[in-house]
Design a protein around this ligand. Structure first.
Ligand SMILES: [Fe+2]
Ligand SMILES: [Fe+2]
Length: 285
């Protein structure tokens, strides 16, 4: 059964602990640590660049509330992009190319239900894990440049929380409208979760004796279990994990929907609903 919208969506507390890094921080004077921080920030910068295209959801917006939200969000994502560029400059770093997993996870999708689920609900939820749990905890306050960076990051986190809450609200609405989306949504989530470990593979060899990197596996496990819990809360992840065959079926259906979405075009909505939405009644009567 689907949870009611109010129950399924809630705004997390910025100070609410997600994963606990136990006070471990990076050393921004150490060249190896700087490489790791540069890697993380490079993924964030790419994510924000593609995040600006949330503006494309405006075309599929079914209400003025949704239209207003996407216009506001696109402006916020553009500001986040510039803000991360400032962080690079203040730390005297140059961004690197984004990892293939990040490029795959943030690939643009024109099919509105998939964009809502993969980008707004799941994708931005994981972005928040990185910003709120990883960066806010592990960037060293002792470095004089970091307090200003964290101040900006907290602003970004608050806005990302709103984006996730909106994505969750829309996901619940779309699932109530089209319950068949549950299976492909679940399959796609399984695929995304299977791709995540590739992101941290490069750091595994250094993880054992590094204060932050030794948390990599624990943090990954936390993100995965949080995402599965989010999917259960939204009503498309089964309470207990299905067997291999059922998972493989869901993944296949998910891939087919993804393939279909590459040629799907969203339909414009506002011309059909603007009179109603503006309070003039249907057809202006
Ligand atoms: Fe953002
Ligand atoms: Fe966002």
């Amino acid at each position: 059964m689907l949870a009611p919208v109010e129950e399924a969506t809630r705004l997390p507390d910025l100070e609410e602990p997600g994963y606990d890094f136990g006070g471990a921080t990076f050393d921004l004077q150490d060249p190896d640590d700087r490489e790791v921080v540069r890697f993380i920030l490079s993924q964030a910068l790419y994510g924000e660049a593609t995040g600006v295209y949330c503006g494309r959801s405006l075309y599929a917006a079914r209400s003025l509330e949704a239209a207003r939200f996407y216009v506001r969000q696109a402006k916020q994502e553009l500001a986040h992009l510039e803000l991360f560029a400032d962080v690079f400059r203040s730390l005297d770093m140059k961004p690197d190319r984004a990892h293939w997993v990040i490029r795959a996870l943030s690939a643009h999708n024109d099919y509105y239900p998939l964009k809502v689920l993969m980008e707004h609900a799941i994708g931005e939820g994981m972005v928040l894990d990185i910003f709120k749990d990883l960066l806010l905890q592990t960037l060293p306050d002792a470095d004089p440049r970091i307090p200003a960076v964290k101040k900006k990051l907290r602003v970004v986190c608050r806005e990302e929380m709103e984006h996730v809450a909106w994505g969750e609200k829309e996901t619940v609405r779309l699932l109530a409208e089209r319950p068949w989306l549950r299976v492909p949504f679940y399959g796609l989530l399984e695929i995304q979760m299977a791709a995540l470990p590739a992101l941290v593979r490069a750091f595994r060899s250094r993880a054992a004796d590094h204060p932050v990197l030794s948390h990599v596996e624990g943090f990954l496990a936390h993100v995965r279990s949080r995402v599965y819990a989010q999917g259960r809360r939204l009503g498309f992840v089964p309470e207990s994990r299905p067997g291999l065959l059922a998972r493989a079926w869901a993944m296949l259906v998910g891939v087919l929907l993804l393939a279909r979405s590459q040629v799907a075009r969203s339909r414009s909505q506002l011309p059909a609903i603007y009179l109603d939405e503006l309070g003039f009644g249907r057809d202006g009567k």
